[in-house]
Ligand binder design. Structure first.
Ligand code: ACO
Length: 428
């Protein structure tokens, strides 16, 4: 007999099926509760609610496990390239050499963007945050490729839209940076691999050609892989919920970019470096900031600490911490922020408040330090996170469409005024 849990309400017992995942994780299927009892379930912030079933990413927050399509993040970060991981996430298997070549060549065809995008870019004030520019440019793709608007048209069209967004995203990201600096944009160079092409568009100047450095390209590949997917996080859930209304891929991903921007999610990487810089400016007074983080009446939080699902350690943070040491050493960069981050981590990990609440460094705690060493300014950190998360959003959007998932539409408990009569404005 299949497993079930029972719920007793108003003298009636209803059986709720237990659903077991491939790693033996269990959930109660509550979809019949309302029709059987009239009750809805309430779980603010979806802290204990599964929104879907998925074949893409497995995560065990207690044990610090993260796997994509069955492959551990440790192995992928050590052995793979970002484009290979994109293929794995989107199409379900590691590509053969021929499949990878074809995939990379298809992306290459789409790196160039329509010249009219330059006019859109020109309209932004120079200090516009690149995340805002990026999300608008991604939505603007619908204007240039209106055939993408119908997500049900054909598998070939979906694949074409995927290749286009993978090709054009790095161009948009680099151009949003150039816009901020007031520098001329650099066109894609399709003789280069995916990451090298992006680095050239970011850092080449008309007066100075960009010299590729394998340390930087490798570090970029690793950082992008570490951010590639993270199951039903805030931005991915946003992508899936927007897509569930049969919105097409570009607006769905644009919505994900906006969700990621927030400092409690992907925006934390920029917030971490700003926090560390301000601690240094304030005389390296770590204790003061630990006290502030613990003070219930102070809104300050230790940015880069804590995670909704990791309650032991974030496996990505472990890899990034090691990579930060390695990259800074190889590039000969000395950044006092790295030492401060390590001191802060040590103190916080021994502090009862952080121990009791299971608050550990997350993926964003060290990523900004590496990005800064690679030459990226803080306002580009979240853009880099979005770049890395792109294949995850695509894979999750595609899976949701292929599984024909219903419209995402949570319910609520109303806590406002009961019915009352309208009073004329003169009598209020
Ligand atoms: N510093 C100080 N206290 C914290 C922190 C922190 N960084 N994070 C959580 N807490 C405390 C909360 O005040 C709360 O205390 P309480 O139980 O006494 O009210 C408790 O720990 C639980 O925190 P919640 O916010 O309820 O836990 P949740 O799972 O919702 O939060 C989150 C996760 C949002 C990531 C939180 O830890 C946080 O704000 N961290 C800082 C921002 C950050 O680094 N975000 C990036 C996350 S990784 C990512 O999205 C890529």
């Amino acid at each position: 007999m299949s497993e079930s849990a029972s719920l007793n309400f108003n003298g009636k017992e209803i059986k709720l099926p237990i659903l077991t995942g491939s790693e033996n994780e269990k959930s109660i299927d509550i979809s019949k509760i309302r029709s059987e009892t009239g009750l809805i379930t309430l779980d603010k912030g979806f802290k204990n609610t599964g929104s879907t079933t998925s074949n893409i990413t497995y995560l065990d927050g207690e044990k610090g496990i993260l796997r994509h399509r069955g492959y551990s993040i440790e192995e992928l970060a050590a052995k793979s390239t970002f484009t290979e991981v994109c293929y794995l996430l989107i199409y379900g298997e590691l590509p053969t050499k021929i499949e990878l070549d074809n995939f990379e060549n298809t992306i290459r065809i789409h790196t160039l963007v329509h010249e009219d995008f330059k006019i859109i870019l020109e309209g932004y004030p120079s200090k516009a945050h690149p995340m805002g520019i990026l999300s608008s440019l991604i939505t603007s793709l619908t204007a240039f490729y209106p055939e993408s608007l119908d997500p049900n048209r054909s598998k070939e069209l979906v694949d074409l839209s995927i290749a286009r967004i993978l090709g054009k995203f790095p161009t948009f990201a680099a151009w949003s940076f150039k816009k901020r600096n007031g520098h001329p944009i650099i066109y894609p160079d399709n003789s280069l691999d995916y990451c090298s092409n992006f680095l050239k568009m970011m850092f080449e100047l008309p007066s100075e050609s960009y010299v590729q450095n394998p340390v930087i390209t490798d570090a970029l590949n690793k950082l992008l892989i570490l951010h590639a997917d993270h199951e039903q996080n805030c931005s991915t859930s946003t992508v899936r919920i927007v897509g569930s209304a049969q919105s097409s891929i570009y607006p769905s991903i644009s919505a994900g970019i906006n969700a990621l921007w927030g400092p409690l999610h992907g925006g934390a990487n920029q917030a971490v470096i700003e926090m560390l810089d301000s601690i240094i400016r304030d005389g390296n007074n770590i204790d003061k900031y630990i006290k502030k983080a613990k003070d219930k009446n102070d809104p300050f939080r230790l940015m880069g600490f804590g995670h909704r699902v990791y309650k032991n350690f974030d496996p990505r943070a472990k890899i990034i911490k090691k990579a930060a040491d390695n990259v800074l050493e190889k590039l000969g960069v000395s950044d006092p922020v790295l030492d401060l981050a390590k001191q802060l981590e040590k103190i916080a990990l021994e502090d009862q408040y952080f121990v009791d609440k299971k608050l550990y460094p997350n993926v964003d705690f060290y990523s900004g330090i590496i990005y800064r060493a690679l030459g990226f300014p803080p306002e580009m950190f979240t853009v880099m996170f979005a770049f890395g998360r792109l294949p995850g959003w695509i894979a999750q959007w595609k899976e949701m469409r292929e599984n024909k998932e219903p419209l995402g539409r949570p319910r609520q408990i109303y806590t406002g005024e009961k019915k009352r009569s309208y009073t004329d404005i003169a009598k209020r």
